[in-house]
Design a protein around this ligand. Sequence first.
Ligand code: IMP
Ligand code: MG
Length: 174
Amino acid sequence: MKNHIEVMISEEKVEQRVCELANQINEDYVGRELHLIIILKGSVFFACELAKRLTVPVTMDFMSASSYGNGMVSAGKITVRKELDEDIAGKEVLIVEDIVDSGNTLFYLKKLLMARSPESLKIVTLLDKPTCRTTEIKIDYCGFEIPDKFVVGYGLDYAQHYRNLPYIGVVIQD
Ligand code: IMP
Ligand code: MG
């Protein structure tokens, strides 16, 4: 591919922030059990690093939703590609997302999951691009607010590439 990557957030900074988020979640959920819903595929790296640092009892399930094809612009329409394996009724649910852009994906998923009667439903995202928001969505825990740039790494992809980078980088077209 004819492009290169510039580091936006270093591996060390991401790790430190993930620890801070985990500490905050541990405090907020003390004495409770947490059911993580990890949105495939981009959130997997973040979810693993976060989950390892959670001290409350944790269960996990995975869901896949997509609004992007292989490009950098949202196609707008959300489709569920993989459903949850387990029922979430009565559970303290925390959706783990990699990045919130327009807000469409989470708006749709939150509505879908709220209809299944969880005890509570909150959202944690590693990255947020608040200037890109077209749909209002409350984010309970956010790692970093970033400018309107297409980022990769730490699970995030560009046409399925770069997910394995240990830092958050910006795709620069050559
Ligand atoms: P939204 O529905 O517009 O909020 O988009 C959310 C989803 O789009 C994220 O879960 C990502 O999968 C993808 N996405 C949005 N911005 C980026 C980016 O900068 N890099 C990689 N994926 C992105
Ligand atoms: Mg995603």
